[in-house]
Design a binder for this molecule. Structure first.
Ligand SMILES: [Zn+2]
Length: 454
């Protein structure tokens, strides 16, 4: 006899399996690039020596092999077993029992739901931890990127867990409550609630949450600070404070970003982006290997000109609008599907039992998986366009050469491998590769010269 819950389960398992196989195939393609490409591309020969190139190649290869291993263990073995044996339903049943034992009301879906989300998160930590430890203390360590001590790592993980629970449990409770009382159009209320929460989080995160994890110090007065303010005011960017974050406690990878939705914004520079971490060359905290690394002031400005491009061209606003629209569509789909019994039976619940949280997770993570995959590919493509546009903005401000130099420097400092398989890159990269960006900057510069002389 045809069983809709079995069909649902097997189609979900099948899709997730096929998606993982596709990702493994793409990684395989990139692995053969790492294996075959042993000489520095012509465009980079004057800046990248064969020694650095070889280091980047081995680093890339190690990461790709590790990625393959992780996909097999997590996405093929664990995920498929969890689905087949009804892992979520087991956790739900345990949550009901525990709720009873610790004096909560096992009939209250909100109370059981909070417990369920806590237990699921704890199990999630145990699943992820071996990979995190290996990734940080073996893989990154081997290639000289890990700067975390064991003590820092443990504290960091505990803080992250506590902050995550403080945010997810109340949201989960409110979520269930809204579905229970929201009536036929509960998805609108749900959307409004999540939209407000996410906007509040985006606003308070840099001020109250990020400092729990990392140390921020104001950028010292001086030439760099003055030029950044000049650059910001030249494009009418409402710059408030300028911070340097000790990203180097975590890892040696470098970056810069700005935060703040409304009103004044802050710019955050990773200390690893700056020459000598933005400190005087004789600062006692600088190690020999840190000295001389980082970008010159003009290059830091070029990186910021790119970031300001994202703001000026409305990329941030566009991303937020898309995110909200996305959320609305997901809640709408959820409201249409969540009463369908076989979805719950598919993940192992007894007939008639339909916990709201599980329904939401099954629909978002599994039923909508094909849709999510398409959207994420579209977003990756859009993000690459935004990157080119922001580079174009920096070029118009006259920073093309410095931006090119900064991109090369960051690539070298981060041991990024410059050559990619096109299919792997199209699927995975939110940024065009450095070679593509240099190429584009060069042609923009040529066009710029042409239009100036005309
Ligand atoms: Zn960018």
């Amino acid at each position: 006899m045809w069983d809709p819950s079995e069909t649902t389960l097997y189609s979900m398992m099948m899709f997730l399996f096929m998606e993982t196989i596709l990702e493994m195939y793409l990684t395989r393609r990139q692995i053969s690039v790492y294996k075959q490409c042993k000489t520095v591309p012509r465009e980079l020969q004057h800046v990248m020596n064969s020694d650095t190139f070889e280091k980047a190649r081995v680093y890339g290869l190690d990461k790709a092999h590790y990625g393959m291993f992780k996909m097999i263990v997590c996405d093929i073995v664990i995920l498929q077993l969890e689905l087949y044996f009804g892992f979520m339903a087991m956790v739900w049943a345990r949550s009901v029992e525990i709720a009873e034992n610790i004096g909560l009301n096992p009939k209250s879906e909100i109370q059981v739901g909070c417990l369920f989300s806590l237990i699921l998160n704890i199990i999630g930590i145990f699943k992820e931890m071996p990979f995190k430890i290996y990734g940080t203390f073996v893989l990154e360590e081997k290639h000289g990127f890990n700067k975390q001590t064991a003590g820092f790592f443990v504290k960091d993980q505990i803080k992250a867990f506590v902050v995550a629970q403080a945010l997810t449990i109340p949201v989960a409770a409110a979520f269930i409550y809204i579905v229970q009382i929201g009536g036929q159009y509960f998805f609108i209320w749900l959307w409004a609630f999540v939209a407000v929460v996410s906007l509040v989080l985006i606003t308070i995160y840099p001020v109250y949450i990020a400092p729990i994890f990392d140390k921020f110090r104001p950028l010292e007065d001086g030439e760099l600070k003055k030029s950044i303010h000049d650059l910001a005011s030249s494009v009418k960017f409402p710059l408030g404070q300028l911070f340097v974050v000790e990203g180097s406690k975590r890892s040696a990878h470098s970056n810069a970003y700005f935060t703040g939705l409304f009103g004044v914004k802050r710019i955050v520079l990773f200390d690893t982006l700056l020459v000598n971490k933005g400190l005087p060359a004789d600062d006692p905290s600088l190690s020999e290997s840190d000295k001389g690394k980082g970008c010159k002031n003009e290059e830091v400005l070029a990186v910021l000109a790119h970031e300001l491009g994202h703001w000026k061209l409305g990329h941030v606003a566009k991303n937020i609008v898309i995110m909200q629209l996305q959320m609305f569509l997901i809640f709408l789909a959820f409201s249409k599907l969540f009463t369908y019994g076989p979805l719950y039976e598919a993940v192992g619940l007894p007939a008639g039992e339909k916990p709201i949280l599980i329904g939401f997770m099954v629909i978002v993570m599994y039923v909508l998986a094909p849709y999510n995959t398409m959207i994420s590919l579209a977003m990756t493509i859009m993000s690459r366009r935004f990157e080119y546009q922001a580079d174009g903005f920096a070029q118009e401000l006259g920073y093309a050469d410095e931006l090119g130099n900064a991109l090369i420097k960051l690539q070298l400092d981060n041991l990024g491998f410059p050559v990619y398989d096109w299919m792997y890159s199209a699927w995975n990269h939110s940024h065009p590769t450095v070679l593509q960006r240099l190429e584009r900057l060069k042609s923009l510069n040529k066009e710029g010269h042409k239009s100036k002389t005309q």
